[in-house]
Design a binder for this molecule. Structure first.
Ligand SMILES: Nc1ncnc2c1ncn2[C@@H]1O[C@H](COP(=O)(O)OP(=O)(O)OP(=O)(O)O)[C@@H](O)[C@H]1O
Ligand SMILES: [Mg+2]
Length: 198
C-alpha cells in the first residue's frame, strides 16, 4: 500500500483537503486524531504526562490539552519533553493503522499530519502533498476558525517551519487560496495520478 503524506502550515487547509480525498474513497490517517487518542485516560502517555505536569489533568481524569499546549508553546524545552512522550506513540499508532488498511486490501492511504517535514517522516512515505495559501489568507482563516487574537495567530504561524521548506519536499502542491471548488479540482487531479484505477 502506498502511504502518501499530506502537510502544510497551520490552517492552510489540510483537514479540508483530507476530507475531499476521503470523499473520493481514499482512507485517511489523521495525526491530530491519533494525537488525542494516545493521551486518553488509561494510556501510558497520559500517565507520564500526569507525573510531569499534574496540574494539567482535569477533574474527570482527562488532559487539559489547551492549557498544556499554552504551557509548552512558551517553552521549547518542555515542548521537547512533551514531544518525546507523545511522538513515539503517535508513530506507533500510525504504523498500526497503516498496516490495518494494508491488510484490508487498500492500495493507497493518506497521512494527514502537520509535522511531516519537521520530523523527517517523509522518508517513510511514498510521496508528499503540500497545501499552501498566502500568509494573509492563512492568518485570516486561523483567526476566524479558532477565534484567536491576531497576535496569537501570528505567533502560531511563526513557530512553524517556513512553508518554503515544506514545498521543497513536495511531490504535489495544492494551492488552497481559491474556492473550495478550485481546491477540489486539484484534489481530483492528484487522486487520478495516485490511484489511476479509481
Ligand atoms: N478554500 C477555502 N476557502 C475558504 N475557507 C477555507 C478553504 N479551505 C479551508 N478553509 C477554512 O479555513 C480553516 C482552516 O482549514 P483546515 O481546518 O482544513 O486547515 P488545517 O490545515 O487542517 O488546520 P490545522 O493546522 O489546524 O489542522 C477552516 O475554517 C476551513 O473551513
Ligand atoms: Mg487540520
Amino acid at each position: 500500500m502506498k502511504l502518501i503524506g499530506l502537510t502544510g502550515g497551520i490552517a492552510s487547509g489540510k483537514s479540508t483537503v483530507a476530507r475531499m480525498f476521503a470523499e473520493l474513497g481514499c482512507p485517511v490517517i489523521d495525526a491530530d486524531r491519533i494525537a488525542r487518542e494516545v493521551v486518553e485516560p488509561g494510556t501510558p502517555a497520559l500517565a507520564e504526562i500526569s507525573r510531569r505536569w499534574p496540574n494539567f489533568i482535569k477533574g474527570d481524569g482527562t488532559l487539559d490539552r489547551a492549557a498544556l499546549g499554552r504551557e509548552v508553546f512558551a517553552d521549547a524545552s518542555s515542548r521537547a519533553e512533551l514531544d518525546s512522550i507523545v511522538f513515539p506513540r503517535i508513530l506507533e499508532r500510525t504504523l498500526e493503522r497503516s498496516n490495518e488498511l494494508d491488510r484490508a486490501g487498500e492500495t493507497v492511504a493518506l497521512f494527514d499530519a502537520a509535522l511531516i517535514v519537521e520530523k523527517s517522516l517523509d522518508a517513510g512515505l511514498q510521496g508528499l502533498i503540500v497545501v499552501t495559501v498566502p500568509e494573509a489568507t492563512q492568518l485570516a482563516r486561523l483567526v476566524s476558525r479558532d477565534h484567536l487574537a491576531n497576535e496569537d495567530a501570528r505567533a502560531r504561524i511563526a513557530s512553524q517551519l517556513a512553508i518554503a521548506e515544506k514545498l521543497k519536499r513536495a511531490r504535489w502542491v495544492i494551492d488552497n487560496s481559491g474556492t473550495l471548488e478550485e481546491t477540489r479540482r486539484q484534489v481530483e487531479r492528484i487522486w487520478a495520478e495516485i490511484e489511476p484505477s479509481s
